[in-house]
Ligand binder design. Structure first.
Ligand code: ADP
Length: 484
């Protein structure tokens, strides 16, 4: 009888995993005792051989006190036994036991053969386990490659496909056909120029040292793919020279185009509303002056009002022209040297004609004249927006302080009001387009976003000093035109 015992439960016990009995021997009872036994190291013959890593020869098991299965063995007439470890090096995989029906004197030659057999079985177990591990890794790699969200080709010499994953077949192979062994250009049905490009990239990649390969796009059968070569660094697989991974980006691209279109429409909307906002201020001024003219009899005053109306109308046309200018990449033609204090006073004049000015007092702190190179219309827009926000905040009473100064290579403009200030919670958003706290018809939320855009266009900065409840100061800084 031969029995195979294997290490189980993290190597804590030996259990009987296999058996062979000569058909003429009715030793089934002993086999079921073994099947129900577990031996830790050192227990019974299997445990002893396991712990010592050496073979055991027992001439008659019935006279050996270490044997725990004596009653059954005695009943069945079992006597001689040999127990051999199954091992590779120092690692024990298990043991095998051989039983005979007669008393067996020790046979050193047989022990030697059996020990050798134990080591051969050990090597066989090792190889089987390594094979299983390799197969598991292979299966995992295959399923990983198959489930990757990209089509993958591994190519050999002359860009012939050596491997293509499931998605590659799904994208590029006619139903039921394989891509393996075919030229990559044929699989991807590429145009001559794209193919040239691919070959160039491939050559660049196989050159020494390899260049960094960027992602590119190609069209195959009316679908758009982004692709990228990658190095295949398996020294033992020289058949793979280079890999290529492709992603189908047709739907993403369409979505992106739709988004760009939507973005364009939205910025068009922003521009149109901005234009309405900018025209509204001078239009209000023109309206109120025209109303005054209706009741005015003094020809000189009428002339003065008419001259102002002409000025505001010009401003409107400048605003319209400037908005058109925004649409055309915000050019810088038409710039002149601007006296900043003069433009501030002009802006006050315009806002004064509007509906919110009331009894607001004006204070000025103009240091030596400061100049700026910019389009007059745009600077007017900045000042009119800031001053009209300030007067709106003061609701008809308070003090508006305008200041200019120069500090080395920077000029500074301040517009300060005694209104309620800007709550800290909304401060980060005041420059966002369409952000407003005013009721419909009073504010569009575009004023400060336009101001910001113009100021940054002239390499300037805009900041708000603000003590909640104690007024607001907008501080603009621009690179100076001249030294002080
Ligand atoms: P709008 O004036 O149309 O609301 P703006 O972009 O010019 O749009 O201003 C955005 C918001 O910033 C205003 O609604 C207001 O809440 C706040 N704001 C701007 N300037 C001042 C100011 N001087 N004092 C208090 N709040 C201000």
């Amino acid at each position: 009888m031969a029995l195979l015992w294997q290490c189980e439960r993290m190597g804590e016990t030996l259990t009987c995993q296999g058996s062979w009995v000569r058909p003429s021997h009715r030793w089934g009872e002993f086999l079921s005792v073994c099947r129900n036994s577990e031996f830790p190291p050192g227990m019974d013959f299997p445990g002893i051989a396991w712990a010592s890593k050496l073979p055991l020869w027992i001439p008659d098991v019935l006279t050996d006190s270490r044997f725990t299965r004596t009653p059954t063995a005695a009943r069945l007439g079992m006597h001689g036994a040999c127990i051999v470890p199954i091992r590779t090096g120092h690692v024990i995989h298990g043991v095998f036991e051989l039983y005979s029906g007669t008393v067996q004197p020790a046979d050193s030659h047989l022990i030697h053969i059996l020990t050798d057999t134990g080591m051969k079985i050990g090597q066989f177990i090792d190889r089987t386990r390594a094979g299983e591990a390799l197969r598991a890794t292979h299966t995992m790699t295959q399923s990983l490659l198959a489930s990757l969200p990209g089509a993958i080709f591994l190519c050999g010499r002359r860009l012939h496909v050596q491997y293509a994953n499931t998605l590659a077949h799904q994208y590029f192979a006619p139903p039921g056909e394989s891509l393996i062994g075919r030229p990559l250009s044929e699989c991807l049905s590429l145009s001559e120029s794209t193919l040239q490009h691919l070959v160039m990239e491939w050559t660049a990649h196989t050159a020494d040292p390899p260049h960094r390969l960027s992602e590119r796009e190609c069209e195959v059968a009316a679908r758009l793919y982004r692709y990228r070569f990658f190095p295949v660094t398996t020294p033992n697989s020289p058949q793979y020279q280079v890999g290529i991974v492709l992603w189908d980006i047709t739907d993403d691209k369409r979505l992106q185009d739709e988004l760009i279109q939507a973005e364009k429409l939205s910025s068009l909307g922003t521009m149109v509303s901005g234009m309405a906002h900018e025209i509204n201020n001078p239009a209000q001024a023109i309206l109120s002056m025209a109303e005054l003219i209706q009741d005015e009899n003094d020809p000189d005053t009428v002339k003065q009002f008419a001259a102002d109306i002409v000025g505001y109308a010009r401003h409107v046309s400048t605003v319209v022209r400037d908005f058109a200018g925004y649409a055309r990449a915000a050019g810088r033609d038409g710039e002149t040297e601007i006296d900043v204090a003069e433009r501030l006073l002009e802006a006050v004049k315009m806002v004064r004609r509007g509906p919110h000015f009331g009894q607001v007092e004006i204070a000025t702190q103009f240091d030596s004249p400061v100049f700026l190179r910019a389009r007059k219309g745009e600077i007017d827009q900045v000042f009119v927006n800031l001053i009209s926000n300030a007067t709106q905040a003061m609701e008809g009473s308070g003090c508006l302080t305008l200041g200019t100064s120069q500090d080395g290579r920077w000029i500074q403009v301040t517009i300060a009001d005694t209104g309620p200030g800007i709550p800290a919670s909304i401060r980060p958003r005041i420059f966002d387009p369409f952000f407003t706290t005013k009721t419909a018809g009073k504010g569009t939320g575009l004023g400060l976003s336009i101001v910001h855009k113009i100021v940054t266009k002239y390499a300037g900065t805009i900041t708000v000093d603000n003590t909640e409840g104690g007024g607001t100061t907008f501080r603009l800084r621009f690179p100076a035109l001249t030294q002080p």
